[in-house]
Design a protein around this ligand. Structure first.
Ligand SMILES: Nc1ncnc2c1ncn2[C@@H]1O[C@H](COP(=O)(O)OP(=O)(O)OP(=O)(O)O)[C@@H](O)[C@H]1O
Length: 687
């Protein structure tokens, strides 16, 4: 029997096929162009028609005409989006292929790309979207038996060929057939590359464990605890792209919300979803959320300011306040306090309005009717009912004075009405009034912001963000149980929460996956130990600071991290200056000079100022290529080809907070890491 012919078996055939596909893609682009031209002509004619016939049109005609214009514009937008996708595909149509045979069916190659593409006339799928059910074969299996889930059941079969391609600017740079663990060669190449000014997509090299997270459809809350550089942020964004594809009937980009640590990070990741063909996703920081939810009378310290204060001075009382308010027990106590006030702060008495007496039992019964309404909202409702009662009993309309008497009288039955007073009272009830620093100006410490919001949510009820159907929270270790309790009440939707306890910027308020699980007991927790960002040498070096025996660095080598002792600060500056020059001469894209505090970063910027050297502060909004001077806190989540950590001395890095910063700074480096210090080296590295 003759061997069945494998389509596009040889490299030559693949090259020819690529040319064919590119031609078809360009033809499709032309068709879209023609269609767009036609749309715009029709649109112009329609507008012209309306303009000329305006006087003879009634309201209904106008509405109909407006709607048809909107429809056309919408179709026009869709055409533009389609063109963008086609042009992108023409640059790199696919990155993978599998030949999959199911019993009784002929093998057909499945080409996998960033977007799908089909032959419009033959209605045949030529390229499959990486998120299509069949594409999961590419990530989950090698040659041999394989299966993939579809909405209508699992499909079993045999993978006979698995191939990877690197196609850039429409040219096939290489192709690789796989037998065993295929991804590694291509993955190695990807990781060895120089950094970008924006986070990149990883569709061509998603690993099996990562794929499982990306394609998980069931989890209502997914917690990803992964070591530095394990691809948490990348996976979370690809997961969003997957969910947008899988549930496109019910979820759109506007239904997703990303809670991000700062604007620079938001800018850094902003490319990924558009690169994957999805729209920009709404994003907001915790502080923005807080400002939205807090009463406008309050102002508050930011998280960055809190951490800066911890870095600048050792203040045990401040630390105790933060630590206390970050515990799970604190949340339980807030909950107990809420029960306590509900049970003991309401003292219902009879109420006199003119000659009418409203019996206490009646008021009590009204309060009971509204027991599901948030506590502070009940008074208004009970007052309204009492007004109706008095009106009926007295047989007359109520005066403004009567109404006010009733409103005040009902309010007074509850011991405290006002949120700041209740929050103060909570600490008195605890027997720890010293744990609250809040004066009449109502400027809150950061640690009080979310407890207060939590109280407000529970006592007043807030409905907001109801459009959000999936919430993504990055840097989960930086948020406390109370913050999670707020998020949980505010966002009843599905969630993806990710972070790394080793990268905490404030050890007194950090949450581990286990803490978060207590708030979300239904969560699926995934732990990732493979680290992709840094060379083995850099990962091993960072292990001295915060050891994690489970970390698995990817087999990629580079120069040993360098510890450069200097005679004094001037020599440190000189060393760094030379490194900047060397960096600017080489072909790398980004060099991070990562300091402990903002003050140090500002000083470094003053001293090292040169073209292409930028300072990144908590006010910055965008990530820039070149030489970036910043703090570890702000560099979190970012990565650089090379990193320099100045002032790695025992004097500068000595506390637990400092240690966290040093770990974050070192783990930002992809290929090269240098630390300079004068005097004694920090104990975190000398041990
Ligand atoms: N499967 C993959 N293929 C190619 N590159 C990958 C893959 N997974 C991760 N990476 C790369 O590893 C680097 C780290 O990824 P990412 O920033 O998502 O990790 P992280 O876990 O969020 O890191 P950190 O917590 O340290 O900020 C990025 O450059 C990313 O592109």
């Amino acid at each position: 029997m003759q061997e069945p012919h494998v389509k596009n078996a040889t490299e030559q055939e693949e090259r020819e096929y690529l040319e064919e596909i590119k031609e078809q893609l360009l033809l499709s682009v032309k068709r879209v162009d023609d269609a767009v031209r036609q749309f715009s002509n029709e649109l112009r004619e329609k507008k012209q028609y309306i303009h000329e016939h305006q006087s003879g049109m009634d309201d209904a005609d106008m509405v109909a005409a407006g709607q048809s214009i909107n429809r056309m514009a919408f179709t026009g937008d869709a055409a533009v989006a389609r063109k963008r996708k086609l042009l992108k595909l023409a640059q790199s149509p696919y990155f993978g292929r599998i030949d999959f045979t199911t019993p009784g069916q002929q093998t057909a190659p499945v080409y996998i790309g960033v977007h799908s593409y089909s032959d419009e006339r033959q209605r045949q799928n030529l390229i499959y979207d990486w998120r299509a059910p069949i594409s999961s074969l590419f990530y989950d299996f090698e040659l041999g038996e394989a299966s993939y889930p579809t909405p209508s059941g699992t499909i079993q079969g045999l993978i006979e060929l698995k191939r990877q391609y690197k196609i850039r600017d429409g040219r096939l740079e290489f192709m690789l057939d796989s037998d065993v663990n295929i991804h590694d060669d291509v993955l190695q190449q990807e990781l060895a590359k120089s950094s970008d000014d924006k986070m990149k997509t990883i569709v061509a090299t998603i690993q099996r464990d990562q794929n499982a997270v990306i394609r998980n459809e069931e989890a209502t809350v997914m917690v990803i605890q992964g070591v530095a550089g394990s691809g948490k942020t990348s996976i979370a964004l690809h997961r969003i792209a997957f969910l947008l594809y899988r549930f496109r009937e019910t979820i759109a980009a506007k239904n997703i919300l990303i809670i991000s640590p700062n604007k620079v990070f938001a800018d850094y990741i902003s490319n990924v979803l558009p690169e994957l063909g999805e729209e920009h996703i709404p994003e907001m920081g915790m502080e923005e959320l807080a400002a939205d939810l807090l009463d406008t009378r309050f102002t508050f310290q930011t998280f960055f300011e809190q951490v800066s204060a911890l870095l600048e001075a050792h203040n045990p009382a401040f630390i105790e306040r933060i630590h206390f308010k970050s515990s799970f027990e604190f949340l339980s106590q807030l909950n107990q306090y809420l029960l306590h006030i509900e049970n003991t702060y309401l003292n219902v008495t009879e109420l006199r309005v003119g000659r009418t007496v409203v019996p206490a039992a009646l008021i009590q019964q009204k309060f009971r009717t509204y027991h599901r309404v948030p506590l502070l909202k009940r008074f208004g409702l009970v007052a309204n009912d009492v007004r109706a009662y008095v009106r009926d009993a007295a047989g007359r309309k109520l005066t403004g004075q009567d109404k006010a008497t009733i409103g005040d009288g009902i309010s007074r039955m509850f011991k405290l009405q006002n949120l700041p007073d209740l929050y103060r009272d909570f600490y008195r009830w605890l027997g720890r009034p010293e744990l609250l620093k809040l004066d009449h100006r109502l400027h809150l410490e950061y640690a009080d912001v979310f407890p207060l919001i939590y109280l407000r949510l529970r006592l007043e009820g807030i409905t907001a963000y109801e459009q959000v159907k999936h919430l993504l929270v990055d840097e989960m270790q930086d948020y406390t149980p109370v913050q999670y309790a707020v998020l949980s009440r505010l966002f009843s939707c599905r969630k993806t929460i990710l972070g790394d306890v080793s990268q905490t910027v404030n050890p007194y308020s950090a949450s581990s996956a286990e803490t978060i699980e207590r708030v979300f007991p239904q969560a699926d927790v995934v732990k990732l130990f493979r680290s992709y960002r840094s060379t083995i040498e850099i990962t091993a070096f960072a292990q001295h600071i915060t050891p994690n025996p489970h970390i698995i660095p990817l087999e990629r080598h580079g120069p040993e991290p360098e510890l450069v002792p200097c005679a004094g600060k001037n020599e440190e500056w000189e060393t760094i200056r030379q490194r900047i020059k060397a960096f600017q001469g080489a072909g790398n894209h980004s060099l991070g000079i990562i300091c402990k505090t903002l003050r140090q970063a500002e000083e470094a910027y003053q001293v090292l100022q040169a073209p292409g050297v930028h300072l990144l502060t908590d006010e910055s909004t965008s990530f820039k290529e070149g030489v970036l001077i910043t703090t570890a806190h702000l560099a979190k989540g970012l990565e650089f080809d090379a990193v320099i950590v100045p002032f790695a001395s025992a004097r500068n890095y000595k506390t637990e907070v400092d240690k966290g910063m040093l770990y974050i700074a070192c783990t930002r480096a992809m290929h090269q890491l240098t630390l300079t210090y004068a005097g004694e080296l920090t104990a975190f590295l000398s041990a």
